[in-house]
Each structure stands twice: as C-alpha cells, then as structure tokens.
Design a protein around this ligand. Structure first.
Ligand SMILES: [Ca+2]
Ligand SMILES: [Ca+2]
Length: 357
C-alpha cells in the first residue's frame, strides 16, 4: 500500500513536471512572437509641480529618491496637499512597446487607530490622475504600487515621450485630527517589450554566369515587440566584383515581409566567388545576413552550343551525315585547289617580271 502511494506521488510529480515542460515548449512553439518583456526603473530626478508636503531631508526629490526611511515628506490632517516629483527619462530604444507603467510610493502613518488613506498620483500632459484609495500601514514603511496599463489622458498605450514627461506622487485622502502620512520614496517601473527582428535569405548561396541574372528571397521576420519599418541595404564584403548590379524589389517594410534580391551580371563580370551582405536597419538596431555569389564564365555556353549541334547531327542519320561530309570536303578541297592555282599564278608572274622566263 505504501509503495503504491509513493509511486503514485512520483507519477503525479512526473506528470506535473511534464505539464510544466510541455507548456514551456508550447510557449516557444505556438507563440508567433516570443514575449521578451523587460523593465526600466525610474527614480525621481527633480521636484515636480507640487511640493506641498513638509520635507524631512535636503530636497523633496532627494528625500523621495534615496532608500532611507528617515528622509521623507509628510502631511498632517490635510487631504488637499499634493506631492509630486519628476522622474528619470527611460533609456530603452524608441522602438520598444510600453506594456504598462507602475508607480510606487513607500509610506507609513504614525496614527494609532482608524484608517489613514492615500491615493497615488500621476501628472501627465498637465492633468492629474489618481489611483483608488490605499490604506497606509501603521507599523512600517510599506511599498504601494498602482498600475496604469494605458495613459489615462489618451486611453492609449504609453509612449516613451509621455513617460519621460511623467510626474509621480501622493495625496492623503483620509486623515483625522493630528494624523499624518509619511512618504519616504517614490519611483516608477516601466514594463516594455523591445522590438526585434531577424533577417535571412533563401537560398543563401547563388551561382550565376556572366551576362545573366540570379535571385534570392530576403526574409525579414518579427521576433519581439510591435513591428516597425525595416530598411534594407547591401554591400560587398571584401573584394567587390566588377560588372554586377544587385537590386531589391522592396527596400523597406514592416516585418514579416520578403524582398527579392537580384544580381545582374554583364558579359565582363569578374569571375569568382563573392560575399554580399544584406543589412536590415531600424534606428540604431541592425541585423545582417550574407549571400555567397559565384560568378562563372560565359564560355560553358559555347561548349553547350557545340554539344547541341552534335546532338542535332546525330539525329540526322549516318547517310545524310556522309553526304554532307562529302559536300563539305569537296568545298574545302576546291578552295584548296583555287588557292594552289592562285599561288601558281603569282609565282609565274613574278618569274616573268624578274626575267627568268
Ligand atoms: Ca523625466
Ligand atoms: Ca527617503
């Protein structure tokens, strides 16, 4: 009985681990664009529009940006006074998508009884917005977050410029006589998904003769975030061949997209194997892929023509070939005889002229 229970336990553990592994695999396989979200923490760097709470520290933003709880701003009884700070600007790339903005305040009250409440405050584009009321801890400085999925002013996802201009802070919303709320830190966490893409060609290895053309397809694929327009350029790596013109059917697009890359060669294109690098660029982000191009001589064509003529003659049959052969031979011989006659006449004339005859 014990053994059964144990093996059941192991079996369910195995199932659990398998389920986790399968779901991880499913995430990798099913999701067309992997979610690779990142975070950026923004600390106060200057005073905001409101410095209405009382300061215990050097400056309002110093007191609310350090990690010390003995530097803070506080308010007593008043539920109208506001405190806001300006924040560091986000440094992630402009092409990233902002998923949400979370504003944190670290606060405490010295009150012994009752509910002391506050709202988290943000100021964007000249307008104040507040969170729902939060009951503040009587025992210790506690971190309180409020998440803004979208910019409340626009109702749309936050832009980097809006986050850069954001102010964050606090207002007490319920305080009785003599009660206070202290705020020792204010900060913002921005969750974002970076934009990224991959670039490849199929095929990546090409062969072309002089005075000809060959093509490959360039694939630009979204790997993270929201699609942005990718520009395509190209350049030779190492020695550039003469007489080759590369061209794209599409120079830019938002992934996923494809562009046909064609190499056109002149009859005098340099023979050899060369590397052409395709570069996809979005702002300062770039990805590359290399195409190998072999340029071969035009001569094999001549060889091909000879082969085709021989095949044609073979199909004509032996009798026709023999007759034709005699005709050609006779023509050749008659030309030889004519040449001999011509040479004889010249020699005879010269001998007369020189007085030998
Ligand atoms: Ca700022
Ligand atoms: Ca502090």
């Amino acid at each position: 009985m014990k053994r059964t229970k144990k093996s059941r336990g192991m079996f369910s553990a195995f199932l659990w681990v398998s389920a986790v592994m399968m779901s991880l695999l499913a995430c990798l396989i099913i999701l067309p664009v992997p979610v690779c979200a990142d975070t950026s923490a923004l600390n106060p760097n200057a005073e905001g529009t409101y410095q209405q709470w009382t300061l215990v520290g050097t400056t309002h933003y110093d007191a609310t940006s350090d990690d010390l709880d003995n530097t803070y701003v506080y308010v007593t009884e008043n539920t109208l006074l506001k405190e806001t700070v300006n924040l560091q600007d986000p440094t992630f790339p402009d092409t990233a998508t902002i998923d949400n903005v979370i504003v944190y305040v670290r606060a405490k009250t010295d009150a012994a009884t009752g509910a002391q409440m506050a709202v988290i405050l943000i100021r964007t584009d000249g307008t104040d917005y507040e969170s729902a009321e939060i009951t503040i801890s009587k025992t210790s400085f506690t971190d309180y977050p409020n998440i803004w999925e979208n910019n409340p002013k626009t109702g749309l996802p936050w832009t980097k410029a809006q986050v850069a201009a954001l102010e964050a802070g606090i207002r007490a919303s319920q305080l009785d006589n003599g009660e206070n709320i202290k705020c020792s830190k204010i900060w913002v966490v921005v969750n974002y998904t970076p934009f990224d893409f991959s670039i490849s060609t199929s095929p990546s290895s090409l062969s072309v003769q002089q005075a000809s053309a060959v093509s490959t397809t360039v694939h630009i694929t979204l790997t993270s975030g929201t699609a942005k327009p990718v520009s395509l350029t190209g350049s030779w790596i190492g020695t550039a061949p003469a007489g080759v013109s590369p061209s794209f059917t599409q120079f830019s697009g938002a992934p996923n997209f494809g562009s046909t890359l064609t190499f056109e060669t002149t009859a005098f294109a340099t023979v050899g194997t060369f590397t052409y690098r395709v570069i996809g660029t979005v702002d300062s982000q770039a990805h590359t892929t290399d195409v190998s191009l072999e340029i071969t001589e035009l001569l094999p064509y001549v060889g091909q023509w000879v082969e085709e003529i021989l095949n044609f003659l073979h199909q004509m049959g032996p009798i026709v070939l023999i007759i034709l052969g005699f005709v050609v031979l006779f023509a050749g011989m008659s030309r030889l005889l004519a040449a001999l006659v011509g040479v004889g006449m010249v020699v005879y004339g010269l001998l007369i002229l020189l007085g030998f005859l």
